[in-house]
Design a binder for this molecule. Sequence first.
Ligand SMILES: Cc1ncc(COP(=O)(O)O)c(C=O)c1O
Length: 399
Amino acid sequence: MNARLSPRMAVVGASPTAEISNKLRVLAAGGADVINLGEGELDFPTPAHVCQAGIEAIRAGDTKYTAVSGTAALKAAIARKFERENGLRYTPSQIIAGTGAKQLIFNAFLATLSEGDEVIVPAPYWVSYPDMIRLAGAQPVILPCRAEDGWKLTVEALAAALTPKTRWVILNSPNNPTGAVYSHAELAALEEVLAGHDTLVMADDIYEHIVHDDSFAAPAAAMPRLFDRVLTINGVSKGYSMTGWRLGYAGGPEWLIRAMDVLQSQSTSNPSTISQAATIAALDGDMSFLADWKRTLLSRRDQVMAAVQTIPGLSAIATPGAFYVFADCAGLFGRKTPAGTVLASDLDVAGYILEAAHVGMVHGSAFGMPGHLRIAYAIDDKRLADALSRVAEALGKLA
Ligand SMILES: Cc1ncc(COP(=O)(O)O)c(C=O)c1O
């Protein structure tokens, strides 16, 4: 039946993070006690006042189609958020809400890219960018960043990669999978390079609220000369633990937002009305819950860093954002498992950890950075401790 698929399907693969979760489900179904350190979502419940707003929306009959890009009330709440938290001023026609940030990123690429266009994707990158770019007919230009540079794009690397074909540059800060956060000064330096080029900039700020210092700056605000060509992507998935509500939003130039609105009108239409109402409560509401969440996450990060530093063959730099440690595992290459397999890649290491410790982690190649593992630590403290000691034990058995 494959013969019936469009050639378009040749450029896209299933999300590797979802694949790890599937493998773990199979192991769990066989009775194994599996621990998933591969999932990109917080283990905290959505705050009660946000859930309540969703329940009230259902009871009030707020259950019908709305404007494709979201209700006027939601857009007003998004505009208030942008101004209050980022110093960004967007009019309602410069704002769109969609079914998760993912859909908005996809629509932005689909609306702007054509054959021959290039998109600069600093690596390691969120797994979906390259496939989305290819699906839109363009070419991802992967720009590897280095741990020595804090996993951040340098001015020199960016300047060397820009070509007349560059249509977008992606800046994802805080970064998935490294947790790296670009400071205001670093963004200002990148602005200097980008000002001499007419590329669009995609600022994926979705992890904005999960930062353990005050280094976060929204690129659209830190690079004011580029404001007219920055698309700011955000949403409630990470900062409010609302991954399942599927609500993302974006602010950007009116011509682009209008085109994204058109695509959305012919595909998914408006995001769920229940989620729209809950998002207004989230954006306008009290955020004091976040301090507790961040305290918990910081202590888990330190727990993972301590383990990584004591396990021979693993190393990582500490970063202030998101809920991932991106560990170098190349020190394990050449070692032999008890079954006699020689570990030769990050995929081998992740596979061995999965089989021997029943702990799931995503291999760095999935993020365009072989030789690494992404350790997501947004799970219960005790389970995390169990997972880390199982990993240490399994890696201790390597010869
Ligand atoms: C960097 C990054 N951008 C966007 C998204 C998509 O978020 P959403 O749940 O709003 O679609 C994710 C989710 O993992 C992400 O890690």
